[in-house]
Design a protein around this ligand. Structure first.
Ligand SMILES: [Zn+2]
Ligand SMILES: [Zn+2]
Length: 348
């Protein structure tokens, strides 16, 4: 190991518990083992999955947990066996921690690893800490053209980029996006960047619909309208080739299938909090494809960086709140409140 900084033995680290929510505690500074890097955090995004986990609503994250999977930092030390990552480099974390030997990992589908751990979700560390260690092959150097505010959007943008990749080419196709939260708006930016034809966004909230229009949606529809499916089809001028359901509850899944008839694709992007029923006969006979999407792969990180570099996503449009680590409870509350798009916790 080289260049271990003379840091204090303990650091501030955010933990989320069932009784006390999100708060800062003191914890030992981790020491990198072979293959790992020690990273000093710059900032960490609060994700919808974090606020769901805090409220016990996430299907796979159990409390207590150490949050922070949307992480920007600077490499401060690397242990033996690390190549391609250097001390002083600004990096973002790809939080999937695959086993690298199961069937899916061997097929380069490590986002579907059968033994998957996820840094900041299902793991012994998260990025909402002054320091953390992580396998160095999970770090992506940030290009100099991207500033810190843009860089913190690489991970959140990679989820929509992966979903759009799985949907198939979007150029000149009609797209409906259900839900104008952070992920829905990033799906919007991605499909517009990739040349989608007509794009209609739905949401229950007028403020969120206005945001979607401001970011380039061709039309918006109130998701609460009883005739929302017909209204979207009318605004598209035809059925939707691709529907991205970024809410994934019973009403939106039913709407999504209605918009995709006939022959369209429904991509489930939102994290469901429960099971839903689907009109199976319509899916069968009208040849609808239902597509799941799980996080991302390295090529999605590269595409996200390209979109950010090209200005397809502007940090000023997405980062609406920045809180110091001590105010992490306020940051979580702001993120869950519906007023914000992306809330960020900074180390200082
Ligand atoms: Zn996330
Ligand atoms: Zn695996």
């Amino acid at each position: 190991m080289e260049d271990v900084p003379a840091a204090p033995a303990t650091m501030r680290q955010v933990i989320v518990t069932a009784g006390e929510g999100a708060f800062v505690r003191r914890a030992p500074i981790p020491i990198p083992v072979a293959g790992e890097a020690l990273v000093e955090m710059i900032s960490t995004g609060v994700c919808g999955s974090d606020t769901h986990a805090l409220h016990g609503l996430h299907p796979f994250i159990t409390l207590p947990y150490l949050p922070g999977h949307e992480v920007l930092g600077v490499v401060q030390a690397v242990a033996e066996g690390v190549t391609g990552i250097d001390v002083g480099q600004r990096v973002v974390v790809e939080p999937t921690l695959p086993c690298w030997h199961c069937k899916q990992c061997r097929a380069a589908r490590e986002n579907l690893c059968e033994n998957l751990q996820v840094f900041g979700c299902v793991y012994s560390q998260g990025g909402m800490a002054e320091w953390f260690t992580v396998p160095a092959n999970r770090l992506h150097p940030v290009p100099d053209e991207l500033d810190d505010a843009q860089a913190i959007l690489i991970e959140p943008l990679s989820t929509p980029v992966h979903a759009v990749r799985l949907a198939g080419p979007v150029e000149n196709r009609t797209v409906a996006i259900l839900g104008a939260g952070t992920i829905g708006l990033l799906v919007l930016a991605t499909v517009l960047h990739q040349g989608a034809g007509r794009v209609v966004v739905t949401d229950m909230l007028a403020s969120k619909r206005a945001r979607a229009l401001g970011l380039g949606a061709h039309a918006v529809v109130d998701a609460g309208r009883p005739d929302a499916v017909e209204a979207v089809r009318e605004a598209l001028g035809e059925s939707a080739d691709i529907v991205f359901d970024c809410v994934a509850v019973q009403p939106t899944v039913a709407q999504a299938i209605g918009m995709a008839l006939n022959g369209g694709t429904v991509v489930i992007v939102g994290v469901p909090t429960g099971d839903v029923s689907v009109p199976l006969a319509m899916i069968q006979d009208h040849q609808v494809r239902i597509q799941g999407t799980a996080m991302y792969l390295p090529e999605d990180y590269r595409e996200s960086m390209d979109i950010l570099r090209a200005g397809g996503v502007q940090a000023k449009d997405f980062i609406t709140g920045v809180y110091p680590m001590e105010q992490v409870a306020e940051a979580f509350a702001a993120s869950a409140g519906g007023e914000h798009i992306k809330v960020v916790v900074s180390a200082r």
